[in-house]
Design a binder for this molecule. Structure first.
Ligand code: LIP
Length: 272
């Protein structure tokens, strides 16, 4: 049974409290030396011990606060539950920014009804915390999107050649070559491109009106679960490949009118 708005508000409160705790751990760790603990899908897809420690804190606190819920995290994988709810967690989204000390990374925590499958889940609440800036983006389903206590709304739609568009690239060189070629085709058609390195914050930037659109391929569920809800609750259309929801194949977030203009251009540029 879908939780009530009061239950979603409670879930949001849990997500915010745990994200802030993890954010404090990450920020403190960044004051010292940070080293690569391991490489994952490629030599540049790295994880630090801080990623692992932050996810361990988040997983432990959620087990205390929400013992019947399932968990799905970037670093420690899945864990079953009995409640029908799943927490989808990226302990440090923008790990490479974190590793280099670029103050643009986030703790992203979402809770969904169902499994951690973007094609079937119903996002109930999401929080994205940027520890270096203290920004706390949040949304509950049907409750709007907020930065702190300020309500967020996407920018009004602009013409394609006025659109400031953010994107990101994969960790595999061959995929980056395709993505770079797609951006090269897109760049003369729009105002400009931004590549900021953190999907969840890119989605929050759409919600806050700091960019007109964001698209990316090869994202994982934990990259977009919270940010996509925040963007949607701020009035953005968040879409995937034609006929599907946003997932690893493709994600686009923008004002609905701009999304309608941009989707076919991106489909042509990215050959999906
Ligand atoms: C990152 C995403 C970003 C993408 C990066 C990377 P991570 O997630 O947030 O949008 O362009 O390549 O996937 O790996 O830092 O959690």
């Amino acid at each position: 049974m879908t939780p009530s708005s009061a239950a979603s508000a409670e879930l949001l409160s849990v997500a915010r409290a745990v994200a802030l705790e993890a954010g404090a751990l990450v920020l403190e760790a960044r004051r010292g030396a940070v080293e690569v603990a391991a490489a994952k899908s490629s030599s540049v897809d790295v994880v630090t011990q801080v990623d692992r420690d932050a996810e361990s804190l988040i997983r432990g606190r959620l087990a205390e606060l929400r013992p019947g819920d399932a968990f799905f995290g970037e670093e420690s994988g899945g864990g079953s539950g009995t409640s029908g709810l799943t927490w989808v967690v990226d302990p440090i989204d923008g790990t490479v920014n974190f590793l280099y000390g670029i103050p643009h990374y986030a703790v992203s925590i979402a809770v969904v009804e169902g499994e951690a499958d973007p094609q079937s889940w119903r996002a109930l609440a999401g929080v994205v915390v940027n520890p270096p800036t203290g920004e706390v983006y949040s949304a509950a389903a049907g409750g709007g999107a907020h930065l702190g206590d300020r309500a967020l709304r996407v920018r009004e739609a602009v013409a394609l050649d006025q659109a400031l568009v953010a994107t990101g690239f994969a960790y595999l060189a061959a995929t980056r070559a395709e993505q770079g070629a797609a951006v090269a085709r897109l760049l003369p058609l729009v105002r400009d491109i931004r590549r900021m390195g953190t999907a969840s914050l890119d989605l929050c930037a759409v919600a806050a009106g700091h960019i007109d659109a964001y698209f990316e391929r090869t994202l994982s569920p934990w990259d977009h679960a919270a940010g996509a809800l925040i963007a949607a609750e701020a009035g953005a259309a968040v879409t995937g490949v034609p006929g599907a929801r946003a997932d690893h194949r493709f994600l686009l977030a923008a004002h609905p009118e701009l999304a309608r203009m941009l989707a076919p251009v991106l489909a042509d540029a990215t050959d999906f």
